[in-house]
Design a protein around this ligand. Structure first.
Ligand SMILES: C[S@@+](CC[C@H](N)C(=O)[O-])C[C@H]1O[C@@H](n2cnc3c(N)ncnc32)[C@H](O)[C@@H]1O
Length: 162
């Protein structure tokens, strides 16, 4: 699905609650950043977003076990970015869970048409390509704020079956 020519996902809410900045966020969907980061970088790489906006790319980087650095020219957005990132744990873990569940549904129907020969031992699930056999999606344990612009993220050390 990720390597197809057409991606389909819904847009996101554009309203900004913060009074100190503009009325419209121009935020893009988390899924867009998440896919691109996963396709074109590897675990523990550092993702640079020069136009942070609401912090979507930072959240997608955290979800993908990447480091990230973000710049935003509008100081009125700092509060929004900080809050979005600091409170993103549940949403990120939910999305990781959803990714595994979606994959399980996918293999269920795919395996009726084609034989699947690869297997991911961590999740005990068949996978289509050999690259997927090693994929693990560590869940977030904590997102700590060290100051209003720096976050330290810890992941669950032992893999929980999803
Ligand atoms: C399209 S928005 C980014 C939205 C973001 N991807 C998201 O999902 O929330 C572009 C952002 O770049 C910021 N920006 C524009 N010029 C900039 C510059 N020179 N340096 C840093 N940020 C800049 C704008 O203030 C705006 O918040």
């Amino acid at each position: 699905m990720w390597f197809s020519d057409i991606w389909k996902f819904k847009g996101v809410r554009q309203t900004l609650d913060c009074r100190n900045t503009r009325g419209r966020s121009a935020a893009f969907p988390f899924e867009l950043a998440y896919r691109l980061i996963n396709m074109y970088s590897i675990r523990e790489d550092t993702v640079l977003d020069p136009f942070a906006g609401t912090g979507t790319t930072t959240c997608a980087s955290i979800a993908s076990s990447r480091n990230s650095i973000a710049y935003e020219i509008d100081p009125g957005l700092v509060e929004t970015i900080t809050e979005t990132v600091a409170t993103s744990k549940a949403e990120i873990n939910g999305r990781l869970q959803e990714r595994i569940e979606t994959h399980r549904l996918f293999v269920e129907s795919y395996s009726k048409k084609k034989e699947i020969i690869h297997y991911n031992d961590y999740y005990r699930v068949p996978v289509v390509t050999s690259q997927e056999t090693e994929i693990i999606l560590p869940r977030i344990l904590d997102i700590d704020t060290t100051d209003d612009r720096t976050f330290v993220v810890s992941h669950e050390s032992t893999l929980q079956n999803m």
